[in-house]
Structures are given as structure tokens and as C-alpha cells.
Design a protein around this ligand. Structure first.
Ligand code: C3B
Length: 835
């Protein structure tokens, strides 16, 4: 197929750049000098915005061509495709990534320089695409990058939120949430008004009989909302493959407001339907690892699942294959339980619309879906109330009951008389009101369930999903440890380190085969190399110091040890442990003589992350960090020995500056609570060491890089339950060093102590669920080791280089290939050179 081939029926991307001009234009145009004279009259920010727009449009045109070709190629070869369903895609900025992947960033840099612009300034004009909360959304974005880079025929499906994750402002130390309207002038999305699906809600189910006397159910809906597709091109790195991310936007199904009402003067209700419909895709729920059971969220989930499945089924039906071949052509991955309704919807389509028998339909469904679990936290496991579901999706609830019935019958056959087992594994929780357990549908309706790091995958098998292992055997469960894309998290975020590595390894092949990094170990003792390595870290720290100055006004000494914890604020991630540790450090410094202070390694403790707007405890932690910063940073006696920084509005583009600049970063969740973590990988890949608990992927990072290269501390996952149990029964003693910290807070050292009462009492009085006190002593001792080892810079550098050399395992490409082999059973598409 060539660029001009008709594509209207492919349901793939189209857009400008697809049709070429009929005549070759001879464009003499403006040269740099003409442009300079025009631009003199334009204010600077506008000129930079124009530089961004111009560059983005140029790259966009290139992407469109490969994007269309990719869709044509995938349609004509007709191989199995992967569909990645995720409510979150935390993409960050697109331009830099497009330039690097297409491979013409240098040309763009020169072109912009000719016009008097720095490429960095143009790049930083772009608004982050922040359609996600944290790790889960960023993992989805890394998947897209990797699937395109490895030439898998793959689509992402998500929602086009008008408002992404809120912007965080810190006002008087408190978090304020500002709406993130990000869609103005977004050159990376293509509205596809030709691709719409009408989605139904509410109503009731009719039961009739066909001519053979068979029962037929039909759903008569009470409300219809239209889904409109918006497509986003996803370029692979140095490949022709440009895959598609399709985001659905909601509109009133008529597409218009009611003119009659409008004419009669009833303006409000004339537009009310339209507004109600548009609410569905209006805003991303800002919770990370927390589900609140709101009706609008369930509407979002069904709207997005139904539109995506309609699209997938439509594409399959064009191939005219038998339904039994569906799982050979389609793999659908559920990113957490958020898209679980897709299982029910496919079963509904197959039996109610396509007329298949239940068993045949169910074989197709289970052959198609895979489910990734990302958390064991009980508050994050989705449950929907039966009355809510009955009202919104009456037919789906019936199907869920049928799925449950057949499942429980099969369990009863194998485990007769085990009533407890039946009630434990039932999809319906017999509470008031009854609840639908979404994870159970996801397990029963998929052929594979995976966790995201070894410990986590073991934990789901032995705790929350234990019964299902008994029922299905261990083969339904598997582990695929998370990874990160080295394109964005090394090459783009840390271009100098990437260039240094390329210089030593003889090229950039490591960006597509990260295991090649192991060749770096040969240079660990090379003096010049070490010097260059250390110079790059120093430059990256300067870059972060500048960001800190810009956003907080504080100046930090770039020679200090930079200690970073950036991630969503959550008690289980234990930013409170970190800030209590900082207070302990401050108190110790205050107690020292000037002579003793001379021996201290200066430190900057850097925090960043958003708290869910309704999460009081997380917001108190932010307030405590800022309150400590306000006292410590102006204490002249302490000076550079300790600075505390909270970087507001942590996001992907800030992470690209922060990750390359750490000396040490903190991954200190209570053991057994962080499913994997992925920022741990980003920091190590950029030459920072980490301090962490034996949790999530920290364990595998340790295995890869070696125990001597990581600072581990704290209780183990296997001991957590017992400790909590003991606390519950009053066997709890506050760590004496932590007590000193609490005393200082209570004395008002950091402002009105009543602001921190609940934070302290959750530990002192309410059982210390996250084991802050139990881990405090070893945390402090480990930080003392960090200080000591940092003083031996040669050793530190050797650890940094060795660690990077051993990080090959954590490439997203390894992850993607594992999913492809063990879950999806798909092959990459071979791209002929002449294509
Ligand atoms: C996160 C987990 O908290 C992380 O440990 C994990 O690395 C990532 O997912 C990716 O697997 N997670 C999240 O961001 N949001 C949830 N609702 C559940 C898990």
C-alpha cells in the first residue's frame, strides 16, 4: 500500500499530510533575517509558543504519513492485534519524544537556532498530557512506546478527559487543586467525527422468545450518549511503526441541543442534555490506589469499554472470520479492574446481539482477555453496589449473575459442601448493599492474571486471590515485573548520559536492547569515564537546582547530597517516614557543636507529589513537609547543611529533570504494599542510588545490581501482618528517636501542632498501621550509612556506574515481549525495507 491508498474503511488515522499538494510549490519564503524583523514586534512568550507550534506541526506531518502506513500494513497483514485498555495514559510531552523517535532532533535544533530559538525553550512550551494519576497511567504510556518500538500491532484505548490530573499549587504550605484544561492547541490529537458509537445506559431488559422458543433478552435503554473518537499517533523509536491511541470523548447523541426548547425560551434545559452527556469524559478521577464507588465513574468505565469493544468487534467483523477465531485475532489487556466491564460487554454482544450460545461465547471471552493486577490495598480493589449497577446497566448485571452462577456451580462440583469457599469466591459480596467484586470477574473472565513484580505476584496468589489458585491451579497466574522505556527515561531525560554511554558502547543500540548496558562494567575503573560520569551528574543537579529556584524561590547548594522522594503522596508510600527522618536530622544538627557540624554531609531533601483532594492524611503530610521547610530553610545556624524542598505540581516533564539529578532516592513503602514501583527504576537507570524497603521491584533491582549497591532497611513483608496484629493488641512501643521528633512537633517547632495531631496519633495511638515506628530506627541508621558512603565519592561513582550497567532487565521492551509471549500470543509485524 502506498500513501495515497483509500483508507476510509480502515477506521485508522487520517489527517493533513495525507494528501500531497498537486503542484510542487516553489517556496522562497522567509529567511531568518526577514523573520527576525517580524518577530521583533512579537512578545517573547508568544514567539516561543509559535516556535513550538511550528516544530510540532512539522513533526506531526511526518508522523501522520507513517501512522497511516502502519494502519494499512496492519490491516492488510491481518495479524493478531493487542488492545491495551487503560483509564489512564500519563503521556507527558510529545514533541521531544517525536523528534527523538523520528530521529531528527538535531535538524530541528539547528533549524530553531537559525531562527534564534533554543530547542529546550520550544519543547518546554508544551502542556503535559496528564491523563493519569501515577504509576499505573505512566506504565500504560511506557507500554505504548514499547509496543510501537517493537512493531507490535497494538492500540491503546482510553478516555479523552477534558481535565486531566489537577495542577497542584502550594499556598501557605497547603495543597490547592487547580483544574488542568489541557486541550487548547493540542497538535497531537485528531478528532475523528466519522467514528462514533452510541452508548446506552439505564432502562430495562425485555425477555421474549424467538421462533424456536429460545429466550431472547433485549436491553431497552433509557439514555444514549455518543462516543466520538480522538486519535493520537504513537511513534516507535527508529521504526516505521506508528501505532494509534484512541481516546473517546462523550457528546449528546443528537450531537446538538434541543432547538424547540431553545426557541421557547427554555435555554437551560435546551443545553442540559448536551452538558450531561459531556460530563462523562469531563474529568479524570484524581485518586491513586483508591476507589470511591461514584456513579459517574462507573458511567465512564462502561462508556469507554462499550465504545472500545464496538470498535474492536467492528474491525474483526470486517475480516469475515468465524467468531471462534476472535481470540486468535484479538488480545485485550485490562489495565487493572477499571475495564472489567469489557468482559461482560463482550459476552453480551456475543449472546444478545450475535446470537451465540453462552458456552461458546464464554470460551471466546476468556480466550481474549488478560488482567493485570496493580495493587493489594483493600481500599483500591473495586466493588460496585448491586443497586447502582442494576439501575445503570440492568442487562450487564443479569449477565454478571449468570457468570457467577455457572462459576459457582463448577466450584461446587469440585469442592462439594464447602459453603465458605463459595461465599468467599462469589462475585457478589453478601453485604448491605450487595457489592459486585470486579477483580473476581476479571479473574474468571481472563485466561491470564498477572502481578507487576515477583513479590507482588506471589502475594496475590497467597492472599487476596488465594482461593482462585486453588480453583484454577497456579497456571492462570503469572508475574511480569514492570519496566520503563529507556527512550524517555534515559535518552530524552538525560541526553548527556545517553551520549556518554553511546560513546563507550559504540552507538545507541542499547536504547532498543538495554541489556547491552552490561558492557559499561568494563569501564568502571576508567578514570576519565568516571570523571565524565560525575560531571554529568553535577550538571543534572544544577539543572534541578535551577528548577527548584524557579518554583520555590529557594537556592540549594548543588554540591549537597540530593535526596529525592517524588511520587503520589500516600501513607503506604510513607513520605511521613521521610519527613520525620528529616526532622530527626535537623534536631541532631541543632544539638551538634560547630566542630561536629563541619563533618556533616550537606543534604537537600526534595519532595514532590500530589495528594488526592479528599485524602486528609496525605494533605497533612504535604503541610508538614512545607512547615518543616519554612523553619529549616531559614535557620542560619544550619545553612546549607540541610534544606527541605517541596516541588509543586510534580508531573512527567518535571520527573524528566528530577530523575537524572538524584544522588539518592527513596522507595520506602511498608513492605508488601507497593506492587512494583517504577520510579525506583528511573532513578537507578540515571545513576542515582536508592534507599528502599524490601518491597515491590526494589527486591529485583537488588538482585540485578547487587546488595552492595543499594541501601535496604526495614521489616520484611512476611512480618508485617504479625506486627500489625501485635500493635492491635496493645503491644506497641514508640521508637525513642521518633518520640523526640514527635515531641518537637508537639512543642510547636514547626508551627501550630494541632495541624499534625492526626498524623501523630495514627502512629502513637491508632496502631501504626504502616509501621513507621517499627522501621524508624533502621531507616535513620541506613541514612547514616548513606552519609558515610557519600563521602567516598570514588566508591559511590563505582556503585552508580555498576548499577546502571546492570539495569538492562528493567526495560519496558522486555516487559512487552513477555506479555506478548505469555499472555497475548502475538508476534511483531515484520516491516519490509521497501515499505
Ligand atoms: C501502581 C502501583 O501502586 C505501583 O506499585 C506500580 O508500579 C504501578 O501501579 C504500575 O504497575 N498503581 C497505581 O498507580 N494506581 C492504582 N490504582 C493501583 C496501582
Amino acid at each position: 500500500p502506498s500513501v495515497g491508498a483509500p483508507i476510509a474503511d480502515l477506521q485508522g488515522p487520517v489527517g493533513p499530510g495525507f494528501s500531497r499538494p498537486k503542484h510542487k510549490r516553489t517556496f522562497t519564503g522567509f529567511g531568518p533575517s526577514e523573520i527576525k524583523s517580524v518577530e521583533a514586534s512579537i512578545p517573547e512568550p508568544l514567539r516561543e509558543a509559535a516556535a513550538y507550534s511550528g516544530t510540532a506541526l512539522a513533526f506531526r506531518d511526518r508522523l501522520i504519513i507513517e501512522w497511516n502506513r502502519t494502519q494499512q500494513r496492519q490491516t492488510f497483514t491481518d495479524q493478531k492485534r493487542v488492545y491495551y485498555l487503560s483509564l489512564e495514559f500519563l503521556m507527558g510531552r510529545a514533541l521531544d519524544n517525536a523528534m527523538l523517535n523520528v530521529g531528527m532532533k538535531d535538524i530541528a535544533r539547528d533549524g530553531l537556532a537559525d531562527l534564534g530559538f533554543r530547542i529546550e525553550d520550544a519543547i518546554s512550551q508544551e502542556h503535559d498530557a496528564a491523563l493519569g494519576n501515577g504509576g499505573l497511567g505512566r506504565l500504560a504510556a511506557c507500554f505504548l512506546d514499547s509496543m510501537a518500538t517493537l512493531n507490535y500491532p497494538a492500540w491503546g484505548y482510553g478516555l479523552r478527559y477534558r481535565y486531566g490530573i489537577f495542577k497542584q499549587e502550594i499556598v501557605n504550605g497547603y495543597q490547592m487543586e487547580i483544574p488542568d484544561y489541557w486541550l487548547d492547541n493540542n497538535p497531537w490529537e485528531f478528532p475523528r467525527h466519522d467514528i462514533t458509537v452510541d452508548i446506552q445506559f439505564y432502562g430495562h431488559v425485555n425477555k421474549t422468545y424467538d421462533e424456536d422458543g429460545k429466550v431472547v433478552y433485549s436491553w431497552e435503554a433509557g439514555e444514549t450518549v455518543r462516543a466520538v473518537a480522538y486519535d493520537v499517533p504513537i511513534p516507535g523509536y527508529r521504526t516505521k511503526t506508528t501505532n494509534n491511541l484512541r481516546l473517546w470523548s462523550s457528546k449528546a447523541s443528537s450531537g446538538e441541543f434541543d432547538f424547540q426548547k431553545f426557541n421557547a425560551g427554555d435555554y437551560e434545559s435546551a443545553v442540559a442534555d448536551q452538558q450531561t452527556a459531556e460530563t462523562i469524559s469531563a474529568v479524570l478521577y484524581p485518586n491513586d490506589n483508591l476507589e470511591r464507588g461514584k456513579e459517574l465513574r462507573l458511567k465512564q468505565q462502561y462508556f469507554w469499554c462499550a465504545a472500545s469493544l464496538y470498535d474492536i468487534v467492528r474491525r474483526f467483523k470486517k475480516t469475515k472470520r468465524a467468531w471462534s477465531e476472535f481470540p486468535d485475532q484479538v488480545a485485550i489487556q485490562l489495565n487493572d479492574t477499571h475495564p472489567t466491564l469489557a468482559i461482560v460487554e463482550l459476552q453480551r454482544i456475543l449472546i444478545d446481539v450475535e446470537g451465540l450460545e453462552w458456552d461458546e461465547a464464554w470460551r471466546i471471552v476468556t480466550g481474549t482477555f488478560g488482567y493485570t493486577n496493580h495493587t493489594v490495598l483493600p481500599e483500591a480493589l473495586e466493588k460496585w453496589s448491586v443497586p447502582l449497577m442494576q439501575n445503570l446497566l440492568p442487562r450487564h448485571l443479569q449477565i454478571i449473575y449468570d457468570i457467577n452462577l455457572f462459576f459457582l456451580q463448577s466450584v461446587e462440583k469440585r469442592f462439594p459442601n464447602d459453603r465458605d469457599m463459595l461465599s468467599r469466591v462469589s462475585i457478589i459480596e453478601e453485604s448491605h448493599p450487595k457489592m459486585v467484586r470486579m477483580a473476581y470477574i476479571a479473574i474468571i473472565g481472563s485466561h491470564k492474571v498477572n502481578g507487576v513484580a515477583e513479590l507482588h505476584s506471589d502475594l496475590i496468589k497467597t492472599t487476596i486471590f488465594k482461593d482462585f489458585v486453588t480453583i484454577y491451579g497456579p497456571d492462570r497466574f503469572t508475574n511480569v515485573t514492570n519496566g520503563i522505556t529507556p527512550r524517555r527515561w534515559l535518552h530524552q531525560a538525560n541526553p548527556e548520559l545517553s551520549a556518554l554511554i553511546a560513546d563507550k558502547l559504540g552507538g545507541y543500540d542499547f536504547l532498543t536492547d538495554l541489556t547491552l548496558l552490561d558492557k559499561l562494567e568494563a569501564f568502571v575503573d576508567d578514570k576519565n569515564f568516571r570523571q565524565e560520569w560525575s560531571d554529568i551528574k553535577a550538571k543534572n543537579k544544577l539543572r534541578l537546582a535551577k528548577l527548584i529556584k524557579d518554583v520555590t524561590g529557594y537556592s540549594v547548594n548543588p554540591n549537597s547530597l540530593f535526596d529525592v522522594q517524588v511520587k503520589r503522596i500516600h501513607e503506604y508510600k510513607r513520605q511521613q517516614l521521610n519527613i520525620f527522618g528529616v526532622i530527626h536530622r535537623y534536631l541532631s544538627l541543632k544539638a551538634m557543636t560547630p566542630e561536629e557540624r563541619k563533618k556533616v554531609v550537606p543534604r537537600v531533601s526534595i519532595f514532590g507529589g500530589k495528594a488526592a483532594p479528599g485524602y486528609w492524611m496525605a494533605k497533612s503530610i504535604i503541610y508538614l513537609i512545607n512547615s518543616v521547610a519554612a523553619v529549616v530553610n531559614k535557620d542560619e545556624e544550619i545553612g546549607d547543611l540541610l534544606k527541605v524542598i517541596f516541588i509543586e505540581d510534580y508531573n512527567v516533564s518535571k520527573a524528566e529533570i528530577i530523575c537524572p539529578a538524584s544522588d539518592i532516592s527513596e522507595h520506602i513503602s511498608t513492605a508488601g504494599t507497593e506492587a512494583s514501583g517504577t520510579s525506583n527504576m528511573k532513578f537507578v537507570l540515571n545513576g542515582g542510588l536508592i534507599i528502599g524497603t524490601c518491597d515491590g521491584a526494589n527486591i529485583e533491582i537488588t538482585r540485578e545490581i547487587g546488595e552492595q549497591n543499594i541501601f535496604l532497611f526495614g521489616n520484611l513483608a512476611e512480618d508485617v501482618e504479625d506486627l500489625r496484629h501485635r500493635h492491635f493488641y496493645g503491644d506497641f512501643q514508640l521508637d525513642p528517636q521518633l518520640k523526640r521528633v514527635f515531641d518537637a512537633i508537639k512543642e510547636g517547632t514547626f508551627g501550630d501542632p494541632s495541624s499534625f495531631t492526626s498524623l501523630i496519633s495514627s502512629i502513637e495511638e491508632h496502631g501504626d498501621y504502616y509501621l513507621v515506628s517499627d522501621d524508624f530506627n533502621s531507616y535513620i541508621a541506613t541514612h547514616d550509612m548513606v552519609d558515610k558512603e557519600f563521602q567516598n565519592q570514588e566508591e559511590w561513582l563505582a556503585k552508580s556506574i555498576t548499577s546502571v550497567a546492570r539495569m538492562g532487565f528493567f526495560s519496558m521492551d522486555r516487559v512487552t515481549n513477555e506479555y506478548a509471549d505469555s499472555i497475548w500470543n502475538v508476534e511483531p509485524l515484520n516491516i519490509a525495507d521497501e515499505d
